[in-house]
Design a protein around this ligand. Sequence first.
Ligand code: 5AD
Ligand code: SF4
Length: 440
Amino acid sequence: MPGRYLLRTFGCQMNEHDSERIAGVLEERGLEQADSAENADLVVFNTCCIRDNADQRLYGQLGQLASEKAKRPDMKIAVGGCLAQKDGARLLERSSAVDLVFGTHNVARLPELLDLADVSDGPVLEILEETEVLAAALPASRRSPFSAWVTISVGCDNSCTFCIVPSVRGREVSRAATDIVDECERLASDGVVEVTLLGQNVNSYGRDLDGRRPLFADLLRSVDAVEGIGRIRFTSPHPKDLRPETIEAMAECASVCEQLHLPVQSGSDRILAAMHRGYRAGRYLERIEDARRSIPGLTLSTDIIVGFPGETEADFQATLDLVEAARFDSAFTFIYSPRPGTAAAGMNDPVPPEEKRERYARLTELVDSIAWSKNLDLVGRPVEILVEGPSKKDPSKISGRTRGGKLVHVSDDDRIRAGDVVTVLVGGAASHYLTGDLAL
Ligand code: 5AD
Ligand code: SF4
C-alpha cells in the first residue's frame, strides 16, 4: 500500500525508538512521510499509558481525526504501543474511526496487519502477550545521523505499585550482548558517535541470560571498546540494582558519559516501602554520593512522584529534604496518576487533588531553583557539546548537549556543523539550559 504516513509518538524514549522501527517498517513498504494528517493515507499513533493524561491526549487526538476520516473514509488509522496493549478492544469501542490496533509485542507484524486492515470489513485487532521478533531486529528510520538509541532489554520484572509498565511491556528479556555490540559497531560505521542504551531497568540487564551474565557493567565496557562511539548514555537504572561495578565501569570507560538518571520517586521511607521500591532514602543518598565521588563532574537527574496514595505533609517534606540533599541537576516531576490494575490504584487516598497540586508546585519550584544554581556553577567554564542543529528556542543559535546531557544554545558560528563535538564557553544559565559561545 504505497502512499503517505504520519506517525505520532507519545511517551518515553523507548517509544521514540519503537517509532523509528515503525517508520522503518513503513518506509520499507514504500510509504513516505506526510507532513500533516490532512495529506496522510495512514496515521499511526504510538501510544503511552504511564499516566492518565497520556490516555486523554490520545483519545482527544482520535476524536479530532475522526472528522478528517469522515471526509476521507479511505484514510487508515492505526494505534499501537502501550495504551493499545493495555486497552485492546476497549480502544475500538471508544473510537470507531480506528482501523487497526496493535500492541508493544508485534511491531514486526505491522505490514501484514495493515494488509489485513485493507481487506477487512471491520477493524483489525492483534495484541500479543510476548514479543516474537525483538523490535531491535527491524529496519529503522533514525531521527539523527550521529546519535542513536540501542535497545538492551525490554520489559520489567519489578512490581512498583504505581506502575503499569510491567503489565504492558511484559517480563524482562535481555538482548544478547554480541547483538548489542554488533549494532553499535554498525552504527559507528554509519557515522553515529553517541549511543543511548535503553532498557526499562538497565541494571538488571543479563539476569535472564545464561549464567546471569554479562552484567550491565560488562556490557558498558564492551560498548566502550567500539571504535567511533565517543559517548555512551543509558536509561534508566533502578537505584536498588545500581551495583558498585556499574559506577566503576562508568568511571573507567572514557566513552561513558558523566550522566546518571536515577529515579528516586519519593524521599519518604514509608512511601518508598508502599511503592515497593526496595531501598530507603538514606541508601539512595549514599549511592549518589559514591557515584559523585567516583565520577567527577557527574550530572544527576531523577524522577519524582508527588501525591502517592496516603502521602502526608511529613512524607512530602521528606521528599523536599531529599531533593535539597541530593541537589539534582534536573528532575522529572509527576503528580501520581492511578492506573487501573496496579496495586496502588486500590489504595486508600485521602489527599485532596488541590493539595497534591500545591505540593507539586512547591516541589518544582525547589527543583528548578537547584537546577538553576547548578547550571550557574558552569558559567565561565568550558563544556564539550555534540552539536545537534538549529536551536528550537532561538533560530539564531544552534543547540547541542554536554556529556552530562545538558542542553546548550550556542551563538551561530560557521565553523560548527551538526554532528561536531566542540568546546563551548558557558556564558549564561537558566534552569533548563545553558548558553555560550564556541571556545577558540
Ligand atoms: N503516576 C505518576 N507518575 C508515574 N510514573 C510511573 N507511573 C506513574 C504513575 N502511575 C513516573 C515515574 C517513572 C516515570 C517514567 O514515570 O516517576 O520513573
Ligand atoms: Fe515501572 Fe518500577 Fe519497572 Fe520502572 S522499575 S518500569 S517504575 S515497575
